[in-house]
Structures are given as structure tokens and as C-alpha cells.
Design a protein around this ligand. Structure first.
Ligand code: ADP
Length: 469
């Protein structure tokens, strides 16, 4: 009947509420019964005590005892409420307020019990032969020699009292049942308000897992469930963006790999099928094959670096290094390309620089990447300037270009993995992500300032070497 959360709630909460309510109903009912019966006993005690007081003075004289008892009973005001009886020393009824001889089967045992057990007071609750439930209190009257001269007995019918007790128990039970029903319905309503959105969330999550990143869940409550809806919607948006980036990445990497492979294959076939090619053509072909092979190698290196970064396996071989030497090396590798592409590579080389503590191969790779970008996004005739500045605690390498620049919307995201602001230029979109991570691993920063048509300035800051490193 009940499943999942509803079943857990029924077992954990509803059952506890039912047990508590039943316990309270039982205790209250018991207390009501005790209260009513106790008041009856008190009334009977008071009545018998008063009657006893009157008869006590005449206990030694049976004649006066009997006369006083008759007169008291005849003048008794509360005849409607209770029955009072005077009994002589032999246990015979002298007079009773009802005017009839009381039920001998029950009255006599009271007196006999009180005298035989030598009790001054005896209380009895039970049914008369008529079936009526009554409570009776019997008290013995003794003379000055402590001899039993008779007894007084008061009886109250419990019919009305039992009816009142039953009514009270019915009311308490109805209140208890109402509480249980209220808890049940409010609980089921509450659970439904959780279970339904959770089911919808689960269905949406399944769709997302199957690749439908456009699906969204409607937020119906502004609470934790609403927050979960927002998170799942955000997750779908992010997954959709990641999926698009992945597809873009695959297509740009495939393109990146295909271009040099086509050149290599083309020149290799030319040399293979065209018989003996002249020396000039052979040299040109070999030159292209070598250049494109090294381009392929650097693409594969970049991809490997990226995969190492993703899995946290990138290891740095840090040591005290001469940063100028690494920058020189990077520039040496770019010099010919700048000349070929008719771009001006200006290097303002300082006399000396303090050493830094880092991995020389990785830092050189970062310099190459940044200068490569500067050349790549700068038109022929443009200028790429490199400066290196000593700021006491850190060394700043500043690469400026007069290229196309980056739009303000793209600027915050260009260090993200696979993000390409410029789709028309070759590139995988992971160069800056790797460079940023490598500089972070050196406790440095990589800052990019740019504007469309203004050019780009990349500043790499690396802490200088300290003896404590
Ligand atoms: P890519 O391999 O595509 O160049 P990067 O991670 O190196 O990838 O750069 C990310 C994006 O940042 C590039 O696609 C480009 O749009 C932009 N970018 C990087 N450097 C420059 C620059 N010097 N001038 C203009 N845009 C740049």
C-alpha cells in the first residue's frame, strides 16, 4: 500500500504518533474514571461520617439508637442522590431512606464482612441483583466499651457516573482519533509535495543521463527541492556546454591533426611517385615534412599535457633556473616564423634577471605558447613585443601584440579548457588552460588584458628564487 518515503514516514512517524495518542487516551480515560469514583467515595465517606456522628451519642442505648436513626433517615435531604440505611447490632435493617428493605443479598455481607474482619469501615462496589452498579460504604457504630451496636450504610448508584465516564472516554477517543487523522492527512500531503517533485527530478535526471541536455525541470517551490531543481537545471546547462565544447574540441583537434598530415602525405607521395625530383623540390618537400612532423609532435605533446593535468599527474621538475635563458630559447624557436610571416618580434632583453624556482621545460613551453598565440592572432606587419621586468619579489614576462584582440565577453573565459574565442584560426583551445595551470603550479599568475582592435597583453608573474625554496 505505502512505498518508499511514504512507507518510511508511516513506520517512523505515524506509528509513533498512534502509539503516543493511544497511550494518552488510555491514561486520560483511566484518570477520569479514578477522579469520578474517588469523588463518589468522598461523598459516601462524608455522608456516613455525618450519620455516624449523630448516632455515636446513642450507641449505648438501643432504643434511642433506633429512634434517632429513624428520625435522621426520615429527615435526610439527599434521598434522591443516595440511599442511607441504619442497621442494628444483629445486622437487621432498622430503616432505609428508600422506604423499602434493601437488597438483603448484598447488604448483609457488607455488615458481616465489617464485623467479622473487625473493620470500622467497609467499602464495596458491585452490581445489585437488579443489575445496577453501585458503590456502598458501611461504618460500624460502637459504644464506649467498643461493642458493635449497629452500622450505617450509604449507597450511591454508579449508573449516571458510569455514563459520564463513558461519555468522557468517547470524547477523549474522538479527539485522539482526530489528531491521528490530522497527522495522517497533513503528513501524506507533505510527503506528496516532496515525492512528486522528486519523481520529476529523477525522470529529468534520467533524460539528462541519456544525453538530452535541453530538458529542464519546472521549479514549483522556493525551498530545498527548488534549489535541487535549480542545481539540476544548471547541471544540464553545464553538461550541454561541455558537450558542445567537446564536439568543437574533437573537430578542431581533428582539423589540427589533418592539416600537417595532409602536407606530409602530399609531399611524401610527390617524392615517391614523381621519380627523381630535383634537389630544390626535394629539399623543400623534406623541409615541410620535418616542420609539419614537429607541429604534429607539439600538438600531441599539448594533448598529453592536458590529459596529465586533468588526471593530476603533471609532475614538475623544479630547480633554480635562469629565466632569461628559457625565454631566449623560446624566442629562438619563433624567430624564423616571425620573419616568414612578416611580423616584427621585438625583444627588450635586460642585462640580468634574478633566478626563479621552476621547471625549465614547462616554463619554456608556456613562453612558446604565449608567443605562438601573439604571432597567430597578429596580421602580417604587426608587432609582437617581449619585455622582462624585475619586481623584487617576482619576475614579470610581458608579451604584447598588435593583433585582433579579444572581445570583453570572451576575455573571462579564454583560460577555460577548449574555449576558443576565434573559431577561424587553427588551435585546440587548451593552450592557455595548460599555461595558466603550469604558472599556478609555480605560485605565479597569468594575466591577460585585451580589447578588440587594440591588441593583447599577457603578463606572466613568477616568484623569484629564495634560499628557502
Ligand atoms: P588556441 O589553441 O585556440 O589558441 P588557447 O587556449 O591558446 O587556444 O587560446 C584560447 C583563445 O584565446 C584562442 O582561441 C583565442 O581566441 C584567444 N587568444 C589567445 N591569445 C590571443 C591573442 N594574443 N590575441 C587574440 N586572441 C587570443
Amino acid at each position: 500500500m505505502f512505498k518508499g518515503i511514504t512507507k518510511r514516514w508511516v513506520l517512523n512517524t505515524l506509528l509513533v504518533v498512534i502509539v503516543v495518542v493511544l497511550f494518552v487516551v488510555f491514561c486520560l480515560s483511566y484518570a477520569v474514571r479514578i477522579y469520578y469514583y474517588h469523588s463518589v467515595t468522598q461523598t459516601l465517606n462524608a455522608a456516613t461520617a455525618e450519620f455516624l456522628n449523630v448516632l455515636d451519642d446513642y450507641a449505648s442505648d438501643p432504643q434511642s439508637f433506633s429512634a434517632t436513626a429513624r428520625s435522621y433517615v426520615e429527615n435526610f435531604d439527599d434521598k434522591e442522590k443516595m440511599e442511607i440505611t441504619a442497621i442494628d447490632a444483629k445486622g437487621n435493617v432498622i430503616i432505609t431512606s428508600t422506604g423499602f428493605t434493601p437488597d438483603s443479598t448484598h447488604q448483609m455481607p457488607d455488615y458481616i464482612k465489617a464485623t467479622s474482619d473487625n473493620l470500622s469501615r467497609y467499602e464495596w462496589t458491585g452490581n445489585l441483583s437488579s443489575g445496577e452498579n453501585v458503590k456502598a460504604v458501611t461504618r460500624l457504630v460502637r459504644n464506649s466499651q467498643n461493642e458493635v451496636m449497629g452500622a450505617v450504610r450509604c449507597v450511591i448508584s454508579l449508573t449516571d457516573i458510569d455514563y459520564n465516564i463513558t461519555m468522557a472516554i468517547v470524547i477523549i477517543s474522538v479527539v485522539g482519533l482526530t489528531i491521528i487523522l490530522l497527522v495522517l492527512f497533513s503528513g501524506l500531503y507533505f510527503i506528496r509535495s516532496i515525492v512528486r517533485p522528486v519523481r520529476e527530478l529523477s525522470a529529468t535526471a534520467k533524460k539528462i543521463a541519456q544525453g538530452d541536455f535541453n530538458t529542464r525541470i519546472e521549479k514549483s517551490h522556493d525551498d530545498e527541492i527548488g534549489e535541487l531543481c535549480d542545481s539540476i537545471n544548471d547541471m544540464a546547462t553545464e553538461l550541454g556546454a561541455a558537450e558542445r565544447l567537446k564536439n568543437d574540441f574533437i573537430s578542431s583537434v581533428s582539423h589540427e591533426l589533418r592539416t600537417p598530415l595532409t602536407a606530409i602525405k602530399g609531399w611524401a607521395e610527390t617524392m615517391q611517385y614523381c621519380g627523381s625530383v630535383d634537389k630544390e623540390t626535394f629539399d623543400k618537400g623534406m623541409d615541410i615534412i620535418v616542420k609539419e612532423s614537429s607541429r604534429l609532435t607539439s600538438i600531441v605533446e599539448e594533448l598529453l599535457d592536458f590529459s596529465r593535468l586533468q588526471s593530476g599527474r603533471m609532475m614538475l621538475m623544479k630547480e633554480k633556473i635562469d629565466i632569461l635563458a628559457e625565454l631566449d630559447e623560446a624566442l629562438y624557436m619563433m624567430k624564423d616564423r616571425a620573419i616568414n610571416e612578416e611580423k616584427h618580434l621585438l625583444y627588450d632583453k635586460p642585462e640580468s634577471m634574478p633566478p626563479v624556482y621552476g621547471d625549465k621545460n614547462k616554463l619554456r613551453q608556456v613562453f612558446i605558447n604565449i608567443i605562438d598565440n601573439a604571432l597567430k592572432y597578429t596580421q602580417s606587419g604587426g608587432v609582437v613585443g617581449i619585455q622582462i621586468l624585475d619586481f623584487t619579489h617576482s619576475v614579470h614576462i610581458v608579451v604584447t601584440d598588435t593583433g585582433c584582440g579579444i572581445a570583453p565577453d570572451d576575455l573571462p573565459r579564454i583560460k577555460d579548457k577548449f574555449y576558443k574565442a576565434n573559431q577561424s584560426v587553427r588551435g585546440s583551445g587548451i593552450g592557455l588552460a595548460i599555461a595558466d595551470e603550469i604558472i599556478s603550479l609555480h605560485d605565479g599568475t597569468l594575466d591577460i588584458q585585451s580589447g578588440i582592435g587594440v591588441g593583447t597583453t599577457v603578463t606572466i608573474a613568477i616568484p623569484v628564487y629564495k634560499e628557502t625554496n
